[in-house]
Design a protein around this ligand. Sequence first.
Ligand SMILES: [Zn+2]
Length: 445
Amino acid sequence: MRTLIRNGIVLPMTGGQTAFDPGSVLIDGDAIVAIGEVDALDADPGSAGAEVVDASGHAVLPGLHNCHLHSGLLRGTAESMSLWDWLKSYVDPAHKALTSEIAHAASLHCYAESLLAGTVSVMDMWRFMEGSAEAATTLGIRATLVPYVADLDGYDYFESIESNRRLLESHRTAADGRVRSWVGLEHLFYCSPEAFRAAADLAEEFDTGIHTHSSESIWEVQESLSRFGRRPIEEFFNRGILGANTLVAHCVWLDDREIELLAQTGTSVAHCPCSNMKLSSGPARVGDLRAKGVLVGLGSDGEKENNNLDLVEEMKFASLLQKVTTLDPTSGDPWDVLTMATIEGARATGLGDVSGSLEPGKRADIITIDLGGLHTTPVLHGRDFNVAAHVVFSASGRDVRDVFVDGHRVVAGGVPTTFDVATVRARAQAAAEELFERRAALADA
Ligand SMILES: [Zn+2]
């Protein structure tokens, strides 16, 4: 089964600022078999008889990798609060009220929204994740499942090392490798040193990764210094979880030594600019991290702190936040943020050999973005090429037309092929209403 994505403006993201314009990508089964100028691929014997997807007037690029997401249904209900107040008064009570059915509906909804906006892979920290696995399998998105493990007093309603182990036993990999499980840790102040040690052991036993979030607010750094005598990333190092298979979200408030620790250990970072701005957390030192060789992918964070899961839009926030923080207009270059959203995010999540760039041998994780809107006009070629800038600064996830994951066309001309939007939406609406009822009942009890 071959498909030719033909006559688009192809950004392969294989390094440098190169494009095939016009260009095509040939898929055979789940893999990319050829990429190049449109004439060359038309003449390729492999293209004969292939199903043609006309990409005229579209950018064609690798599918986007969301390196930090929390499935959820709290969108728009807890605004204008600081991170720790908001966790305590809104998010944690909702966790207490969560059921496996509600959690499943949330993942289905968040993954569907992600796919429609061009995201082919999510790193999701959530709960009751057997349902998340089912949602990802049904929709055809790549998902890395990371349970929220917490063990300190007062957080017994979260996931545990034992439930993370059960998930690894059942879903270490599933759905032809599209679904994977990692080891998750909630914030530093939710987990004991023993939980960290157990997490590191579990990741080693199952040869898998560790994901957590840290150093989001200044308060967190001060609290870590007063409780442990160390800054959060130093404490992570001390607790033995940094390494090449570890991905830490946010990493906003880092000193030079913490950046050095991330670089030395090969730890990757998920940068969440929208969340960092919305919760008034602060600007991450993205340029300094990348200059030291730390891989930095992009994350949306949860629907409650973003408030959408549009990674196309996130690229614009990533760029603008760098520009306003550094006061350097050369920072936040569109090709750089495209790199972070694609191949660097794939590498940060251990998928760099499989996804994140368009090259023969890789899985066909490909999106097309319509450049036919007034907001993406004019489209210029050659000397005046402006398509990378259009994708980052002018387009949004709503301009995504086609999404291929593993060669499956899960979105075709803006229409999902694996799910019905109205059904997913109705289920999420009902689940959210139930969740808020349950949360209110628990608060009154
Ligand atoms: Zn988070």
